[in-house]
Design a protein around this ligand. Structure first.
Ligand SMILES: [Zn+2]
Ligand SMILES: [Zn+2]
Length: 370
């Protein structure tokens, strides 16, 4: 074999840059597009092989120490992409060499439904999750016990095969993934029976999730490293738990506040009374002042939702619905007639009320339920 430095026309002390420049100059002159002469093409292959060795510091020092620079490195010619790298500066091109068997796992998403009370006070849940987990049988390498991956005989561990193809610019080298090893550079002749060589298996397990107080539908919690284990037993992705807060029977949520509809008998609204309101904290006595109108809103401080950030509680708003009796006994009718007479309201019965503010809550309710 002739001297590789001579082939490129550079000194033994040439820098990497000088080697690159020399090769580019030769490649421009000898490229099949420019010079299709077979003799020139043979030399071009040698020059490229020389460049392949001298442009790699490891191969170059091996060659300098008396090796031929090619041993154990899969043989000379570097392929079309190397030529392109030399022409265009390369570096950021397609990744070369075998792809790793072990790869990062995917994130996983699971949804869980909680009720309003759990959302308000927080809770701990055991959630069943099905993800890929590392194969216990092989520990993730995918090999039957006592065996290990072997270097691929077809690509000699490079993970790719070089091919000469004819194209419009002449004969070019292209590389494609090795089909014998799927580009891994190694083959598993005896795959693990448990995972069929994947290094991971699907399994159901239970994850304890501490749900913080104040979550809303759509909030997600990230449990790092609890997602899918990657191929070849690669590191697991994250597990995202998304919450769905189910509707409450009578409490309606608006951010950190709650709303509730409270029925007050007509007489109680007129005379004043106290009613019992169900809240997330149990029953609360609500004082109704004399003359309370239908549609009026009474805040009950600190009985709303827990604020997810910053703590504290929102308010609970009681929307008053004054109940007008629908069925009256003779005696009740008589009493109300007398009452109306006393207030001189008989003649005003057909008067048009300017704007009814009753039913505000039902409108509010509709806006949230629809
Ligand atoms: Zn296995
Ligand atoms: Zn291969």
């Amino acid at each position: 074999m002739s001297d590789l430095y001579q082939m490129l026309g550079v000194d033994r002390s040439a820098s990497q840059d000088e080697i690159k420049r020399a090769y580019r100059k030769l490649a421009r002159e000898m490229h099949p597009d420019v010079n299709p002469d077979p003799k020139v093409q043979d030399r071009f292959k040698e020059v490229t092989a020389a460049y392949e060795v001298l442009s790699d510091p490891d191969k170059r020092s091996n060659y300098d120490r008396g090796g031929d620079g090619f041993t154990g490195l899969g043989g000379g010619f570097g392929g079309f992409s190397d030529i392109m790298d030399a022409f265009f500066g390369g570096g950021g091109g397609s990744p070369r060499g075998p792809r790793p068997r072990m790869r990062q796992g995917q994130d996983a998403l699971i949804r869980t439904t909680i009720d309003l009370s759990e959302a308000c006070f927080g809770t701990t849940r055991e959630i069943g999750v099905e993800t890929a987990v590392i194969c216990q049988e092989c520990g993730g390498d995918g090999c039957a016990s006592g065996t290990s991956p072997k270097t691929c005989e077809i690509c000699k561990g490079r993970g790719e095969i070089q091919q000469v193809t004819r194209s419009f610019i002449g004969q070019v080298m292209t590389t494609r993934p090795c089909s014998n090893c799927q580009g891994f550079g190694t083959t598993i002749s005896q795959p693990c029976r448990e995972c069929a060589g994947e290094g991971r298996v699907r399994a159901r397990r239970s994850v304890e999730v501490k749900i913080p107080a104040g979550v809303e539908t759509g909030n997600r919690m990230q449990l790092s490293g609890q997602g899918e284990v990657g191929p070849g037993g690669g590191p697991a992705g994250d597990l995202f738990v998304e919450f769905i807060v189910s509707d409450h029977d009578f409490l309606i949520r608006e951010g950190d506040d709650l709303h509730v509809s409270v029925n007050v008998p007509m007489t109680g609204a007129a005379l004043g009374t106290s009613v019992t309101v169900q809240t997330l904290d149990g029953e609360v006595e609500l004082n109704i002042k004399p003359g309370t109108q239908s549609g009026s809103v009474i805040p009950i401080r600190g009985k709303g939702m827990t604020r997810l950030r910053g703590g504290g509680r929102g308010e609970l708003y009681a929307h008053i619905d004054v109940e007008i009796p629908t069925k009256l006994s003779k005696e009740e009718s008589q009493l109300l007639e007398n009452f109306a007479n006393l207030r001189g309201e008989k003649s005003r019965a057909s008067q048009v009320k300017k704007s009814s503010d009753s039913g505000l809550f039902s409108k509010f309710k509709d806006a949230f339920r629809n």
